[in-house]
Design a protein around this ligand. Structure first.
Ligand SMILES: [Zn+2]
Length: 450
C-alpha cells in the first residue's frame, strides 16, 4: 500500500470514528456496509460496441454484458477520448483529456496528484482496489497505482512454455478480483469498496477460444474477425462469473456497476487493423453503461457520451462534490428524467502507441501527436497533424466515414489542436522516465510500435 493511500484511509477512519459515519454504525456488518453502494468498474480492452449482441450483432457474443447494459443506463453513442489503453483508462478515472493528464501514450505516466474518481471516493471511506490485466496499465508505466489503495497487476508472463506473455487470462482476473471483494466484505465491517477490473481480451493477438466456437455457427476456418468474436464470448463468460460472485456478497441495489471498453478496434476499416493510430469510429466507439438497481432505471441514452463522463456521473449519483478539474458531463439529471443536452462538442486525440525508446518523456509527448478530432451534431472533423489536412464527415449520412465532406475552414478542430499543443507543452515539465527492457519487450509483444 502506498503512503498516500494509508494517509487517506487513516483520515477516513478518523472521520468515521468522530462524526461522519459514527451515527450510522450498527451491529450488522451488512447494514453498515450498505450505507453507500459498493462500486464495481468492469472494463474490457479493445471491445467494439457493434460486436455485442445487445447492439444487434449477428452472433451471440455477449449474453452477460447484454444483461448488464439492459439492466441500467446504456449509453448507445459512447466514445473513448483516445483509442489507447493507458491514456483512455487514465481519462476514465481522472475525467480529463490525455493532453491534460499527461499519460498521452502507453509508457507515459499520469501526472502525480490529480483528482480522480477513486481519490474522491477514498475521502468518503471507500476501500479501492484495481486488478489490471494489460501490461500498459502497470503502475510503473501508468502511474495509476497512486489512485488505489490496492493495485494488483495480474500478468502471468511465464505461464506458457517459452512464450513471453504480457497479460493474464480473464479467469485469473475474475478469481483474484472476486477473492479480494469477498475478503473485503467478510472482514471490513463498514467501508464500502470500489473494485476496478480490466480484462485484456479481446486485445490482439486474437486467440481462437475453442470453448466458445459455437457462436461461429459452423465456420470451419476461423479468420481474424471470427477469432476476435470468440475472445469476446470468452471474456463475456468471465464477466458473468465475476458478476455472480459479486452479487453473492453484495446483492442488487448494494452495487453500482460501471461497464465500458477502453477503445474499439479497427478490423480492416480504412485499411487498418488495430487501434490508436487514427480517430475513426471503429477506434472511438465503445460500449458503456451504468447499473444500480433501485436508483438507476433501465433505459437507453442515445446522445453522445464520453468515457470521461463516468467519474462525474458516479459522484453525481452519490451526491458527492465533483472535483473542479473534471471535464466530463454528469448525466445524473438526465438519468432522473431531464432532457439530454443538445449541441455537445466532444473532442479526441490520437498519439503514437508506445514510448519504446529510452528518451525523455517530454520529447515523446510533444512528438507523438498524430491526429485530433471534434464531433458536434453528427459532424466530425479529423485533423491529421503531419499532413495538416482536415477530413470532415457527416456521421448520420455516412457512419462508415468513407465519403469526406468539404472540410471548409474547420475552425473547431483547429482550435482544439492549439489547445492540445499548449497542454502538451505545459506537460513538458514532468520528470522524464525511462522504460526497462522487459517493458519495452512486453509493449512490442502487444503490437505497439513507436
Ligand atoms: Zn486497450
Amino acid at each position: 500500500m502506498q503512503k498516500r493511500a494509508w494517509a487517506v484511509a487513516a483520515l477516513a477512519i478518523g472521520l468515521a470514528g468522530t462524526f461522519a459515519w459514527g451515527s450510522e454504525r450498527s451491529a450488522d456488518p451488512a447494514a453498515r456496509q450498505g450505507q453507500r453502494p459498493n462500486i464495481l468498474i468492469v472494463t474490457v480492452d479493445t471491445l467494439r460496441a457493434d460486436h455485442l449482441s445487445v447492439n444487434g450483432y449477428g452472433r451471440e457474443t455477449s449474453p452477460n454484458i447484454d444483461r448488464l447494459l439492459n439492466g441500467g443506463v446504456h449509453f448507445t453513442d459512447a466514445r473513448t477520448v483516445e483509442p489507447l489503453t493507458n491514456p483512455a483508462m487514465c481519462s476514465m478515472l481522472t475525467s480529463r483529456a490525455p493532453s491534460t493528464h499527461g499519460a498521452t501514450r502507453n509508457g507515459l505516466r499520469l501526472r502525480p496528484g490529480l483528482s480522480s474518481l477513486t481519490s474522491a471516493l477514498s475521502d468518503y471511506g471507500y476501500r479501492t482496489g484495481a486488478f489490471v490485466g494489460n501490461w500498459t496499465l502497470r503502475d510503473r508505466l501508468s502511474g495509476l497505482g497512486e489512485h488505489f489503495e490496492h493495485y494488483e497487476e495480474v500478468l502471468n508472463r511465464r505461464r506458457w512454455f517459452g512464450l513471453v506473455r504480457s497479460e493474464a487470462t480473464a479467469e485469473d482476473l475474475t478469481d483474484i478480483a472476486s477473492g479480494w471483494i469477498e475478503h473485503h466484505v467478510e472482514h471490513d465491517d463498514w467501508r464500502p469498496f470500489l473494485a476496478w477490473v480490466h480484462y485484456v481480451e479481446p486485445h490482439a493477438p486474437y486467440r481462437f477460444q475453442k470453448d466458445h466456437a459455437e457462436i461461429l455457427d459452423g465456420v470451419e476456418r476461423p479468420k481474424k474477425r471470427d477469432r476476435y468474436d470468440t475472445e469476446i464470448a470468452f471474456v463475456d463468460a468471465e464477466i458473468g462469473r465475476l458478476l455472480d460472485r459479486v452479487e453473492a456478497v453484495s446483492p442488487g441495489g448494494r452495487t453500482l456497476i460501471l461497464f465500458a471498453s477502453d477503445h474499439g478496434e479497427s478490423l480492416g476499416e480504412h485499411g487498418y487493423w488495430g487501434h490508436g493510430r487514427n480517430l475513426h469510429e471503429p477506434n472511438l466507439r465503445i460500449p458503456m453503461g451504468l447499473t444500480w438497481a433501485g436508483r438507476v432505471p433501465a433505459r437507453q441514452i442515445d446522445s453522445p457520451a464520453m468515457i470521461t463522463d463516468l467519474a462525474p456521473t458516479v459522484l453525481g449519483l452519490l451526491n458527492m462534490p465533483r472535483p473542479g478539474e473534471f471535464e466530463g458531463f454528469d448525466w445524473t439529471a438526465v438519468i432522473d428524467g431531464a432532457e439530454a443536452p443538445v449541441g455537445r462538442v466532444t473532442r479526441y486525440e490520437a498519439h503514437k502507441g508506445a514510448v519504446l525508446a529510452k528518451h525523455a518523456s517530454d520529447t515523446a509527448r510533444r512528438a507523438g501527436l498524430l491526429q485530433v478530432a471534434t464531433l458536434v451534431d453528427g459532424r466530425k472533423e479529423i485533423l491529421t497533424i503531419k499532413k495538416d489536412s482536415v477530413s470532415a464527415f457527416d456521421l448520420e449520412q455516412d457512419p462508415g466515414e468513407v465519403r469526406p465532406l468539404a472540410p471548409g475552414i474547420a475552425t473547431r478542430v483547429r482550435e482544439w489542436y492549439v489547445a492540445v499543443k499548449e497542454a502538451l507543452s505545459r506537460e513538458a515539465g514532468l520528470p522524464a522516465q525511462q522504460l526497462d527492457e522487459e517493458s519495452i519487450a512486453a509493449l512490442k509483444s502487444l503490437g505497439y510500435v513507436d
